[in-house]
Design a protein around this ligand. Structure first.
Ligand code: 13P
Ligand code: SF4
Length: 358
């Protein structure tokens, strides 16, 4: 594999957990190593050191009836150690809405936990790392949307789901990386304001040219903005025509032009595995490193992953200790609270997404 993955997150603090027997820890370490499927990067010794944390988190989840959701960009110890559901942002927003548990712990960035609260306001939503933002959601305010509406009266506004609850409340519909094309195409009228991702907006402009004018905001994902068309072309030259390039739609137009497949984090994982199964093992995943880690864990099929992934510092801010602490005694800033009026308006926006996406 020609890919460098992030360092393994070892426990960073002393934690206060009841002692488990040596047998329980050994069995959990073996379970973790088997699920993570990267024996060199996650040796049994490392799995042993995190086993007390995953055992206690899973015990507390069961006792307190908590549903733990993790985005694909979380680290493998969270994904395979303690998560009940792992996927892209669209699937996770539905999982939060449909979970029967009254408490959801969302291991991810802030806007995703806020989305869970909007779709299930009666539930308690815990977010272990309140500081975990996102360059897209932090780059636009509700006032920015009101200003755009004033500048383009009557034009519908679609927002990428990577936005705060306050921004969603000002927009007509949210979209995600798995449905932005379908939803924007289906919206009425020949003009559309799209916020905040300028790259996804540019992709819409190109795909809908002649049918719809797309007015775009200027936000970007600090992770996907790192990739360049030149780098992709370099890899294509080096590996040859067998290389399949799979890119997330938060990448720039010049990167997307080089891509054989564009999709959400979940869709990229499925496509890489599908290509491997069809005897096309040379794959380049142009996205955050968590996507490659899930591919490695979730298939036995031989794949050659090329290129370099980029790590999202916001997504990687959460560690098992933060999850344990939020379950044991959540601080006020770890409990998602949103003004009832904002929830009401943002909920209409997300209901519209669910309606148009299906
Ligand atoms: P996905 O919905 O594709 O998982 O994307 C979320 C995200 O933040 C990607 O950077
Ligand atoms: Fe935001 Fe980019 Fe990180 Fe996704 S990868 S959470 S879009 S900064």
């Amino acid at each position: 594999m020609g890919l460098t993955l992030p360092t393994v997150p070892l426990p960073r603090t002393e934690f206060d957990i009841p002692s488990f027997s040596d047998e329980e820890i050994e069995a959990e370490a073996i379970r973790l190593q088997g699920a993570i499927q990267q024996h060199q990067r996650w040796p049994l010794e490392t799995c042993r050191s995190i086993a007390p944390l995953t055992l206690e988190i899973n015990r507390l989840k069961a006792v307190n009836d908590v549903f733990l959701i993790a985005h694909s960009y979380q680290t493998p110890d969270i994904i395979y150690g303690v998560a009940d559901e792992v996927a892209d942002s669209y699937t996770l927003s539905k999982a939060a809405r449909d979970a029967p548990q009254q408490t959801i712990l969302f291991s991810s960035v802030r806007f995703m936990a806020e989305t869970a609260k909007i779709v299930s306001p009666h539930k308690t939503v815990l977010h272990p790392s309140p500081e975990a933002g996102c360059s897209l959601s932090d780059g636009i305010t509700a006032q920015d949307v009101r200003d755009l509406r004033a500048q383009y009266p009557g034009v519908p506004v679609a927002c990428y789901i990577n936005t705060t609850a306050a921004v969603k409340a000002e927009c007509d519909v949210s979209v995600t990386s798995s449905n932005y094309m379908r939803i924007c195409e289906r919206l009425p009228g020949d003009r559309l304001i799209f916020v905040p991702d300028r790259f996804m907006g540019a992709h819409l402009q190109k795909a809908l040219a002649g049918k719809k004018e797309i007015i775009v905001f200027d936000g970007e994902c600090e992770v996907h903005a790192v990739f360049t068309g030149d780098k992709v072309r370099e890899w294509k030259q080096r590996i040859g025509e067998n290389l399949s390039v799979l890119a997330h739609p938060e990448c720039s137009a010049e990167v997307l032009e080089e891509a054989d497949f564009i999709g959400s984090s979940e869709k990229l994982i499925h496509e890489a595995i599908r290509l491997g199964a069809e005897g096309q093992p040379d794959v380049m995943l142009i996205t955050e490193c968590g996507t490659a880690e899930r591919v490695l864990a979730e298939t036995e099929i031989e794949l050659n992953l090329y290129g370099a992934c980029v790590m999202c510092r916001h997504m990687k801010a959460t560690q098992l200790e933060d999850i344990l602490q939020a379950l044991q005694e959540p601080r006020l800033d770890q409990i998602i609270e949103i003004d009832a009026g904002v929830i009401d308006r943002a909920q209409r926006n997300l209901d519209e997404m669910f309606r148009l996406a299906e």
